[in-house]
Design a protein around this ligand. Sequence first.
Ligand code: BJW
Ligand code: ZN
Length: 260
Amino acid sequence: MTGAEQREHARWLVSESRAIAVLTGAGVSAESGVPTFRGAGGLWRGRSAMDLATPEAFRRDPSEVWEFYHARLMGLRDVAPNEGHRALAVLEASRERFWLLTQNVDGLHRQAGSANVIELHGTIRTARCSRCARSLPISEALRGWTPGAVPACETCSAPMRPDVVWFGETLPEPALRQAEEAITHCDLMLVAGTSGVVQPAAAFAFHARARGARVIEVNPEETPISAIADVSLRGPSAHELPELLGEQERARLNPHTEDD
Ligand code: BJW
Ligand code: ZN
């Protein structure tokens, strides 16, 4: 199939689906200017972001990990959702059932208007105590913060940490439950902007496919998920996701284009 035919087929699959599960990764925020993990921008002071997003790194040097997350938070200050995020919010509004499973911690899906967002890897907007149950907005945890400092819990004095999921840690139980529900009930799984190598999210499309769901992938690069996808759209998600919408949905995405 040519690229145009693939797109047409994908649009048809989307139009036929009543229950859509979407899995997103760092690539959907790329056009908003947020660096991906495994891409060229995934380095911080010459270190791989993957080495810093670990409990070991936090135990070894919590202040360095806080500097890394502080830098990422600063990077998110002027960042806005892109057309890909917005297209998913529009799609949700016209479906009976819709789950947006995201591995991203940036909050951009919610900012774009998506309602049923399931944050598999937590959120960078909250900090929590590494020992007790205390949690608070990260901006409060970082009030008066200076490089080298580690915010301490006001209840038990243990180091606070970003409310994200690092390697070797289990995903939040409610998120896993909702992912299970999505995998069981979706008739289409749309996977966008993820390298498809981090478990358990990487396996979701395989499970949904085994239950009979169709799979569409949006990624400029081939991934392990490509092997089971009914269609792989090889372009940036800010461009490809709006292309999947029907005419009426598109009008909702660009309500002013006819007047312009
Ligand atoms: C574009 C684009 C554009 C570019 N448009 N696309 C089974 C087998 C083997 C190992 C394991 C296993 N089960 C668990 C594990 C261990 C581990 C794991 O998966 N390891 C593998 C890497 C080998 N998993 C875990 O530890 C998980 N916990 C768990 O399963 O607990 C139970 C358990 C533990 C231990 C053993 C067994 C069971 C937790 C994983 C937590 C991941 N955390 C991070 C950090 C979050 C906080 C933060 O943001 O700082 O999550 S790591 C990082 O990777 C982040 C991401 O969410 C995640 C996925 O990355 P993503 O989104 O795919 O980004 P990239 O950069 O990799 O890819 C971007 C893609 O976009 C690329 O494909 C580009 O082509 C594409 N792209 N521009 C569209 N414009
Ligand atoms: Zn505490």
